[in-house]
Design a protein around this ligand. Structure first.
Ligand code: LLP
Length: 413
C-alpha cells in the first residue's frame, strides 16, 4: 500500500490524509489514479511479448471514473451484467474488447450485448448456449462464444471466492466440454472464438493456474483433433494482492509461467484482473465516534460499518487500519467496529492503535470489492468516493442522500 507517515500524518499517493479527512464528510473512499495506472501497466509490460488483451473485471470497482481511466489506457472489460455493460459504454469503452461472464445472463442482457457486438460471451451452460444462439439468429447477428471450463481444482482461498472447484456452480465439467463445443459448432447464430476458465480470487500462488492450464491445454488439443478451432484462451481473474503477510509472486513471474504453457498453441491470451488493478489503490477513511472499554475489550466505534465495507465480516478478510494522525497517546488493542446493529459489524479485530474520539482512521486495500459491495443496511447512506489525480482530489461519486434512498419506495404511501 502506498501510505506513509510524515510528521505523524499519513499520506497516500503523496496526499495529506488529515487535510482531506478534515474537510470532507466521513466515511468516504479515496483512490489513487497513479496506483491504478501503475497496476494496469505492470500487466501490460509483463504480457508485452504476447498477443494479449487485459479485460479489467468491472465487478471489482465499477466507478465510472475508474472505468474511464482504464478505457483510456486501452483496457478491455470483463462484465457480468447488463448494468456493467451500460457502465463501460457510458465511458466510451470499446465493445469489441468486452467479455461477458456469469452463469445467469438474462435474455435482455444477452440482446444488449449482441447488439453492441461484444468480443465474446463466456458461456456457462448448454441452456445459455442455446439461448444466445436463438437470440443471435432472431437479431440476424452472430455471437462470439467461449465455453468456460470448470477445471475442478482445489484452491487455497476463502471458499466463497473459489470458483473452479468441482462443486461450484461455474463452468462446464471437463468431461462434457468437447461435446458442448460440438453442439456450439452446429449453432448458426454462434461463432466459436475461445475457451475460458476462472478458478477463484485472491490467489497468491501460480501453481493452481498452472494446474488449471494444463487441463485446459489438453482440452484444446482434443478440440483441435476434432477440427474445432479457437483463437483465444481467457485465464480469468488476476493475482491476489498483499493484505497482510501473504507471499506473492511478481506479475512478471506469474505472466511468464502462464505464457510459457500457452505459447505452443499460438493463441491470444485474455486475462480478467480486478483486485490486482484497483485493490491497493483505495482507502476507506472513517472517523472515530466513540471509544469504549468493556471488561474484556477496547472498542473504537467508527462511522464506517459493514454496509460500507463488508469484506471483514463476509470473508473474515484482513484490512490494515492506520491512524490518519499519530497522536502521542498510549496505544491500546482495539476492535474497530461500526455503528451497525450486528456483532459481525467490524472492520478489524485486535489492532494496536492510538485512538480517541474525533480521530480518523484509514482502512487500507479496499479499492476492490469495497464500495461495490456497499449496501443501505440500517438505512445508512452509501459514502462518497474521491480520487487523487495529479496531486488533486476529485469527487467521483457524491455521497448518497436520504431522499435518493427513500424515493423509490414512495409508490403507495
Ligand atoms: N473473472 C471472473 C469470471 C470472476 O468471477 C472474477 C471474480 C474475476 C474475473 C476477477 O477476479 P480478481 O482478479 O479480482 O481476483 N467479493 C470477493 C471477490 C469475488 C470475486 C468474484 N469473481 C472479495 O471481496 O474478495
Amino acid at each position: 500500500m502506498q501510505t506513509k507517515y510524515n510528521d505523524n500524518i499519513l499520506y497516500f499517493d503523496d496526499y495529506n490524509l488529515l487535510d482531506v479527512a478534515l474537510i470532507n464528510k466521513t466515511p468516504f473512499y479515496l483512490y489513487s489514479q497513479n496506483k491504478i495506472v501503475e497496476n494496469f501497466k505492470d500487466y501490460e509490460t509483463a504480457f508485452s511479448e504476447n498477443n494479449h488483451l487485459i479485460c479489467y473485471s468491472v465487478k471489482a470497482n465499477s466507478n465510472l471514473k475508474i472505468l474511464s481511466i482504464l478505457a483510456k489506457l486501452g483496457s478491455g472489460f470483463d462484465i457480468v451484467s447488463g448494468g456493467e455493460l451500460h457502465r463501460v459504454l457510458e465511458v466510451g469503452g470499446d465493445p469489441s474488447k468486452i467479455v461477458f461472464s456469469g452463469v445467469g445472463k438474462t435474455e435482455d442482457e444477452i440482446r444488449l450485448a449482441i447488439s453492441n457486438d461484444i468480443l465474446c460471451f463466456n458461456v456457462e451452460s448448454l441452456e445459455e448456449l442455446k439461448t444466445i444462439n436463438s437470440l443471435a439468429i432472431e437479431m440476424k447477428k452472430t455471437a462470439n462464444i467461449s465455453i468456460r471450463v470448470n477445471p475442478s481444482i482445489d484452491i487455497k482461498t476463502h471458499p466463497y471466492i473459489a470458483t473452479g472447484m468441482k462443486d461450484n456452480k461455474f463452468g462446464v465439467d471437463e468431461k462434457e466440454i468437447v461435446s458442448f463445443y460440438e453442439e456450439a459448432g452446429l449453432c448458426e447464430g454462434l461463432k466459436i472464438t475461445g475457451i475460458d476458465f476462472h478458478i477463484g480470487s485472491q490467489i497468491t500462488e501460480i501453481s493452481p493456474y498452472k494446474e488449471a492450464l494444463e487441463k485446459v491445454c489438453k482440452i484444446i488439443k482434443k478440440l483441435s483433433d476434432k477440427n474445432i478451432k479457437i483463437g483465444h484462451i481467457d485465464i480469468g481473474g488476476g493475482l491476489g494482492i498483499l493484505y497482510n503477510d501473504e507471499k506473492l509472486p511478481s506479475k512478471v513471474d506469474f505472466v511468464d509461467s502462464i505464457t510459457n504453457i500457452i505459447k505452443p498453441f499460438g493463441l491470444k491470451i485474455l486475462i480478467e484482473p480486478g483486485r490486482s488493478i484497483v485493490g491497493n489503490a483505495g482507502l476507506l477513511i472513517s472517523k472515530v465516534l466513540y471509544t469504549k472499554t468493556t471488561p474484556t475489550k477496547n472498542f473504537a466505534i467508527v462511522d464506517a460499518g459493514m454496509n460500507d465495507l463488508i469484506r471483514p465480516p463476509l470473508y473474515n478478510a484482513y484490512h490494515n487500519i492506520k491512524e490518519v494522525f499519530k497522536s502521542g497517546l498510549k496505544p491500546l488493542v482495539y476492535d474497530v467496529v461500526g455503528p451497525v446493529c450486528e456483532s459481525s459489524d467490524f472492520l478489524g479485530k485486535e489492532r494496536l492503535l492510538c485512538l480517541s474520539s474525533g480521530d480518523f482512521i484509514a482502512v487500507e486495500n479496499v479499492g476492490a470489492y469495497g464500495y461495490v459491495l456497499a449496501s443501505n443496511y440500517n438505512t445508512r447512506l452509501k459514502p462518497a468516493e474521491f480520487i487523487i489525480i495529479d496531486k488533486k482530489i476529485l469527487l467521483i461519486r457524491e455521497a448518497e442522500t436520504i431522499n435518493q434512498v427513500l424515493e423509490n419506495e414512495k409508490t403507495c404511501l
